[in-house]
Design a protein around this ligand. Sequence first.
Ligand code: GLN
Length: 446
Amino acid sequence: AAGEYTATDLSAAFAARIEAIDPSLNSLVSRVEPTEPSGGDGALAGIPYVHKDIFCAKGTRTTCGSRMLADWVAPYDSTIHERLTRSGAVLLGKANMDEFAMGSSNENSHFGAVANPWDTNAVPGGSSGGSAAAVAARLVPFATGTDTGGSIRQPAAFCGVTGIKPTYGRVSRYGMIAYASSFDQGGVIAKSAEDCATVLGEMAGFDERDSTSADREVPDYAATLNDSIAGLRVGIPRQWFSEALDPAVGDAVTAAIDELRAAGAETVEIDLPDADIALAAYYLLAPAEASSNLSRFDGVRFGYRCEDPKDLQDLYERSRSEGFGAEVKRRILVGTYALSAGYYDAFYRRAQKARRLVTDHFQRAFEQCDVIAGPVTPTPAFDRGAHSDDPAKMYLEDIFTIPVNLAGLPGMSVPAGFVAGRPVGLQLIGRHFDEARLLNVAHQYQ
Ligand code: GLN
């Protein structure tokens, strides 16, 4: 009727905004024509969104930020896509990302870097940088992301939006291109915890097509958003407020924690002494898994193939050399080395032990508290190019996010103000499958 907006108008309005603004951000790799609403009549009926370009949606180009898949069209739907479609959400595009989700700045994409909407000289974070930038610029109400080692939380923090990485196993990995399978977890980036709650509720749940999917009931996340946090025990990891943390970021995070206290929460100091060990273990284990996962890109079955191979070996070598970017090659080399016969015990097995240790420390911490609060990143968004020739520096950006992935815990990033004009985030970490509490605390804070 006159004066009323339809779902089609809504998609058209966001599509127009994408058209006008995205050229200055490069947050999307491809547009998907806004079709008629999918017909789904769930909580997301008519709501536009974009997928990180790691999610298969049948008939859409799905690049994973790589030349290797630059022309690859997904032949089937990921479970996440299937569920969002069933709910009625409308896909408007595929978001830019670091190649195969390897990176912390979105500078590793074959399709070019993404600008941070708050300051175009700054990176948006990575690897879900396109998703975070698109939501921050209000190009879409929400975007999907994946968090193997911080890739939802860190870009959400850098772009001043809200992101949740659910417990490992909460959201199906089916149809999500694999990077490091024992860490990979899909989730959502949106404006608020309330929006994250709605989207997560539609995405989450058991899927028999993912062998590590958790057969646990999905609570109604929206129902507990307004619960009081009086008496909630918030653990503050003392080791995270050290020289590694930019003091101005520390102040912003401390102010956010003060607000939780003002809302009735109690804070307790806890020990998480091994963020540095976690980081080292991750940057060995994730490449090891990646070296195995990425062996499927051989120039034969799908994806990029070199011109005029002279024999099979040449086909493999040149297709992979030309199809993968520098960071992906670095990880394949590190991972293959770590898994090789003579070095397995020295590297891979030791890193697995470190993973266990980090998990145990979280378990101990959760005997003293209900949720953990701290920084997401050691600094606000850094300048584009700042770490381009120093991978170790780039990896250090992940020091507070990666421990959570080793333990498979749920984690959130919530906007906590600005430092020098750039947003910073408050990180909330929960017990396994306690996403409802994270969303509740974040909503009370917001
Ligand atoms: N910075 C991490 C990496 O490069 C991010 C990984 C992720 O969460 N996808 O491996």
